[in-house]
Every structure is written in C-alpha cells, then in structure tokens.
Design a protein around this ligand. Sequence first.
Ligand SMILES: Nc1ncnc2c1ncn2[C@@H]1O[C@H](COP(=O)(O)OP(=O)(O)O)[C@@H](O)[C@H]1O
Ligand SMILES: [Mg+2]
Length: 254
Amino acid sequence: MEPLLSVQDIVKRFGGLTAVDHVSMDVFPGEVIGLVGDNGAGKSTLIKIVSGVYQADEGQIYFDGRLVHIARPSDARDMGIETIYQDLALAGNLSVSANIFLGREVKRNYLGGLVRMLDEKRMLSESQRVLDQLEIRIPAMMQKIENLSGGQRQAVAIARAIFWNARLMIMDEPTNNLGVTEQRKVLDLIRRLRDQGVPVILISHTMHDVFAVSDRIVVLHRGRKVAEKRTTETDPEEIVQYMIGLRDDTRPTQ
Ligand SMILES: Nc1ncnc2c1ncn2[C@@H]1O[C@H](COP(=O)(O)OP(=O)(O)O)[C@@H](O)[C@H]1O
Ligand SMILES: [Mg+2]
C-alpha cells in the first residue's frame, strides 16, 4: 500500500533553533498516527509545514504519491488536508450549519438572478447529513456555536472538515479543555474517521488518548524523530522514556 502522505527529511529552523530536524514520516490510508513529544519537541511546527502555515527549509512532501509544494493553507485544503487547531476558528455568533459552510455559503438564484440569497434550507439539510454520517447529534442546528459545549464545537469543526472532503485530518491537541465524556466522543469520532478511510494525525500529550485510538506512534524529541512504534508493540511508560530523552532509537547502541 502507498502512503497517502509522506514527509521526507523535513528541516525547519527559526533563527539558530532547529525546531524540526530531518524528520520523515508516512501516513497510510485508514490509520491513526499519534504524534507525541514534550513541549517544544516540534510537533506543531511539523504539522504546520504539512498544512501550509510554514515552509520547510529542507525536505520533501509527497501526497498521493506525488511531490507537492504546499505554499499556503489553501493549498493544503485544496488537496484535502484539513487541520483542526485548539482554537477552532468557528464563528461563535453563527449557527451550526452556517459554521459548516463558513466562507463557502451556498447561493441560489431568485427572480432570475435579481436576488441572490443564501440557500439556508440546503445548508441545513447538508449539515444534518454530514453530522448524521459521523453520528454526531446536536439538538438544535440553528443554535449559535457559542451556546454549545466544547465537545460539540469540536464535532462541528470535524464535520466541517469532512463535509469539504477531508482526505487527511490533522488534530493538534483536540481534547484539551474538554470534559471526560466529551473527550471520549472526540476519540470515537477519530475512530469513525479512520473507519471511513480518512487517516488522522493526532497530536496529544495525553497518553491515554494516544493509546486509545492510534495504530502507530511517532515520538519527537528536540525536533528529532526518536521512535516510531506500532501501538500494540509499546506501552505508555516506554513512550514517555522516548519523550524525555532516556531512550532514542536513532542512537547507536553501545
Ligand atoms: N514561530 C516561531 N518562531 C520561533 N520559534 C518557534 C516558532 N514556533 C515554534 N518555535 C520553537 O520551535 C520549537 C518547537 O515548537 P513547537 O513545534 O510548537 O513544539 P510542540 O508543538 O511540540 O510543543 C520550540 O522551541 C518553539 O519555541
Ligand atoms: Mg504544539
């Protein structure tokens, strides 16, 4: 099987600091990758390169087997790479369906084009369809986002990405600031995405979440990839040892 995403030998420097240091990683269809590491390990910088926020200083990115140049976030989105950050970029004063369509509202012609109006009915039914597909239940679709819980907002952000045909989902600390029940729902959503063939890169410092949903775990330490393990072949203690620099698979054994 071909990887959907392959990053090779990526380097990113900020002044004298090497935030990402020759990192390579593959993501295959239908798998969840846990991307872990201590604060400052380079996780967010690496995914910002994939999502077009930063440009790598060195290295290549392949998507669908082709060398790609991701110069800006819209390049990534056009390919189907959707990234959900902690601040979800939802509009609090708008409804659920308006948020799913944010910036891409469906317009319909009335009176032979004299009046163009948002087709709210269609936005509502399409929003409902994508929420149903993900088994997300939101009682009142016309409710403003600001009245929803953190987990429901997270679900709307995921639904929006899916609606616009995400082929790869990247989530940076998605369960931060959520209650336990809501954390579980987000983890369920990640599993459902995987089952529908959409691979997920999950950044989390919560070992429980990573072990609950990931198929593979990639550990960064000071910008370097120090381990890559099948989740079934490691355990949280071992991963923490890689995270804090006690273990390093790139170090020659004495
Ligand atoms: N825009 C930036 N300018 C300068 N340094 C940065 C910038 N973004 C991140 N860094 C630095 O790069 C390193 C990696 O950061 P980051 O990727 O955010 O780590 P993580 O997400 O693993 O906590 C850190 O030392 C951080 O201070
Ligand atoms: Mg980060």
